[in-house]
Design a protein around this ligand. Structure first.
Ligand code: HEM
Length: 250
């Protein structure tokens, strides 16, 4: 079941000049109306509203054509009412006109599937960022072989288990990522229309942490990619990684 819906709106300016920046700022101000701005959220997630917006910026975006890695600006909007996200995307694109292109990735927060109470207790992290946040967005999918396994089979990959390929006892996803538990806030968005859809991602993974913990994030990524520790990654198709930081407004 989808609990809340989210959209990441990646904005690439055609030209980075004063006029375009002014349009961007104005458009950002308009779409933010009625949402809680997460820049002010220096607390735990439990107190927060479901209707949130955050503005992210990447000072040095790459020269790509995919509209995601080229984006210097991202708005991340979350709401319980899915049609509102489409309205906001349309509104943003309309207000920006030719000044910028907008590429959207959408997903929904769902109840965890593989997380037992014990795993929840082991891997739960508090949200303590806000105005000091580094933010990483990585869309990804899993292979057909992953989705052809039963839910119970998939479940084992998140726990220490015996790897069928090597016969060794391995850490599994959660333990391989252990170093990030205390310092990296994470959120998983599922494709709300289902998995294995052509030209769409199964998941959007989203992380935030303070500056000094970015190296830990990189270590966690390396560790998860090591299929001798985490065989689950054999089934992962990684999308591009967008990195930026949270700003009060664009
Ligand atoms: C920072 C430490 C991390 C911890 C403690 C952690 C833990 C977990 C746990 C417990 C789940 C299972 C959720 C469920 O029950 O549905 C999960 C799912 C997932 N994690 Fe992580 N994770 C971490 C970092 C990462 C990173 C860095 C990535 C990718 C770059 C990632 C990608 C995913 C994906 C794609 C899923 C969904 C997999 C699926 O449902 O098949 N995780 N993670």
């Amino acid at each position: 079941m989808n609990l809340v819906y989210s959209k990441f709106l990646f904005v690439t300016l055609a030209q980075d000049d004063t006029r375009s920046r002014a349009r961007l700022r104005e458009a950002g101000g308009c779409i933010a109306r009625g949402f809680f701005n997460e820049f002010h959220a220096n607390g735990t997630p439990s107190n927060r509203s479901n209707e949130t917006i955050q503005f992210l910026a990447c000072p040095t975006p790459g020269q790509y054509n995919d509209g995601l890695l080229s984006a210097a600006f991202v708005a991340h909007v979350t709401t319980k009412y899915r049609p509102r996200l489409d309205e906001i995307e349309t509104e943003l694109a309309r207000r920006l006109g030719r000044v910028a292109t907008v590429r959207a990735l959408a997903g929904a927060v769902q109840a965890p599937r593989y997380t037992s109470d014990a795993l929840h207790e082991y891997a739960a992290a508090e949200h303590t960022t806000g105005d000091v946040s580094r933010n990483v967005i990585i869309p990804m999918s899993k292979t057909a072989a992953w989705w052809s396994m039963s839910m119970l089979e998939r479940h084992s990959y998140f726990y220490p288990h015996v790897d069928r390929q090597s016969g060794n006892t391995v850490s599994g996803h959660a333990k391989a990522a252990e170093r990030g538990i205390d310092t990296i806030y994470r959120r998983l968005y599922h494709n709300h229309d289902g998995y294995q859809r052509a030209d769409e991602y199964d998941f959007i993974t989203y992380f935030e942490c303070a500056d000094e913990h970015l190296p830990t994030f990189d270590l966690v990524r390396q560790s998860l990619r090591d299929d001798r520790r985490n065989p689950e990654w054999r089934f992962v198709i990684e999308g591009p990684e967008w990195r930026g930081h949270r700003v009060l407004r664009w």
